[in-house]
Design a protein around this ligand. Structure first.
Ligand code: TGC
Ligand code: FAD
Length: 388
């Protein structure tokens, strides 16, 4: 019969410790019980079930790779495997966990004051408070250096004006990490929900990441105390360093989405009979399956290699770009190819590949587009930055 897990082709699990395999299995079980059965409905209705946040907190995946403050403090590969399983369910759930842990919590953990950490991190780790991360603006996506959101000093306070666009969790967040230009350079601010002048508006009619919530944030003369500033964050390098963390989760997550598509196509191809035989018996189908299996196993090897570099504390941003570029590009190609194997059934939400393919359109674009990661690698190779 068909192979149950295409990652068994290269015995990928043999690269993992028992503890890592256990964490992965625990996350997979949670998703099978509480998330997967509802995905078609949530995706169709553009619904993210925010009440699931405390359960994700109990599972230990919020700020999973951070130390202290109620966070699990696991190693990089274990965190990556959690992302892999989350994205095998739906990129929207991996997004929620990425934004909460790798962007919102990480920004506070790395750049916040002791007081800010105590106030927010334990509640965020428990899923009792939700965070978001506002870097992108309507006119500045790939080039955040041009941001127009401004914070100006007014006595001991700051006055914030501007807008952020495409902000995951923006409309449900209790606390927003907002990056703004100041006379002293780029700085980060923690803006709680309900602060006068701060509004979040849900972005409707998305064709991708429908089981995730995305918002536009606006700031009109928002007055913030000095204690709202992230004291250790100086310059654009601060938000960009947070992106390395989220991109790392994505390069594992993409493997999960691809694996789920391929598992679906393998099972379907074994059952579906045309011309009196299973469609997976046709050479053209086998070529697709073989190419995809090679590609997803390669992507998993790359992810685990980068995870081990991260655990040794020596991963470089351009190496994260290699993983994000390759694994997301391969995953979206696999999702689309798997859809063809499912024929007409492939366009139904009864099967995951087209849902994954649609989600991966966002994943290809956010956290640095494939073009930007190509140019980051180009700069590493040539020493010449081609994007400006
Ligand atoms: P550049 O002059 O190269 O750098 C400015 C400063 O930042 C430092 N730096 C980094 N530090 C850490 N990690 C990185 N990856 C870094 N990249 C750069 C750099 O050393 C420098 O430091 P310093 O001390 O010398 O000032 O900056 P640039 O303006 O030329 O931009 C370079 C470029 C294009 C690579 C960068 O702007 C970029 O990555 N653009 C893409 C923007 C992006 O990825 N946005 C993502 C928004 S968040 C999101 O999408 C969340 S979706 C999450 C979900 O739902 O899962
Ligand atoms: P642009 O930067 O306008 O790019 C448009 C096209 O031009 C792309 O193909 C790009 O690669 C290309 N391009 C741009 N510059 C160059 C260049 N120098 N060389 C070659 N090609 C170039 N942002 C956040 O801050 N927080 C979030 O939580 C968040 N969540 C998101 C959730 C979703 C569902 C989506 C879709 C996006 C999210 N984003 C978030 C925004 C995301 O990071 C941006 O969309 C992304 O950085 C690209 O910016 P842009 O959309 O403005 O595209």
């Amino acid at each position: 019969g068909p192979m149950k897990d295409p990652l068994d082709l290269l015995d990928i699990p043999s690269l993992l410790t028992d503890e890592e395999r256990e964490i992965q299995a625990t996350v997979a079980r949670f998703l099978a019980d509480h998330v997967r059965p509802n995905l078609p409905e949530w995706f169709e209705n553009a619904h993210f079930p925010r009440e699931i946040a405390p359960e994700l907190g109990k599972l230990g995946v919020l700020g999973m790779h951070l130390e202290g403050y109620g966070c699990a403090g696991t190693q990089a590969v274990a965190y990556g495997l959690a992302c892999l399983e989350l994205e095998a369910a739906d990129s929207g759930f991996r997004s929620f966990v990425s934004v909460q842990g790798s962007l919102a919590m990480y920004s506070i953990h790395r750049y916040g004051s002791e007081e800010q950490k105590q106030e927010w991190l334990p509640r965020m780790a428990a899923g009792e408070a939700i965070g978001c991360f506002g870097l992108t603006e309507p006119d500045f996506g790939s080039n955040p250096a041009g941001m127009r959101t401004k914070a100006v000093r007014d006595g001991g306070d700051w006055i914030l004006n501007g807008a952020k666009m495409w902000i995951t969790n923006g409309a449900i967040a209790d606390i927003a990490t907002v990056w703004a230009a100041t006379e002293e350079g780029v700085r980060g601010f923690l803006v709680p929900r309900g602060t006068p002048g701060f509004e979040a508006r849900e972005i409707k009619q998305k064709l991708s990441l429908r089981a995730s919530t995305t918002a536009e944030l606006s700031f009109a003369d928002v007055r913030l105390p000095a204690s709202a500033q992230l004291p250790e964050a100086r310059g654009l390098g601060a938000p960009l360093s947070c992106l390395n963390e989220a991109r790392f989760g994505i390069l594992f997550g993409a493997v999960g989405a691809a694996r789920d598509c391929l598992q679906t196509a393998l099972a379907y191809g074994g059952d579906r009979i045309q011309f009196d035989r299973p469609i997976s018996g046709f050479q053209l189908t086998q070529q697709k399956l073989a190419d995809m299996a090679v590609s997803v196993n390669n992507a998993a090897l790359l992810a685990i290699h980068l995870g081990r570099l991260k655990e040794q504390g020596r991963i470089r941003p351009e190496q994260v770009s290699v993983g994000k570029l390759n694994n997301v590009r391969e995953a979206i190609a696999i999702a689309r190819e798997c859809r063809t194997i499912l024929g007409a059934n492939g366009i139904s939400l009864d099967y995951s590949p087209l849902r994954h393919a649609n989600n991966l359109e966002s994943v290809l674009t956010y956290e640095g587009t494939s073009e930007i990661h190509t140019l980051v690698i180009g700069q590493a190779l040539t020493g010449i930055p081609a994007y400006r």
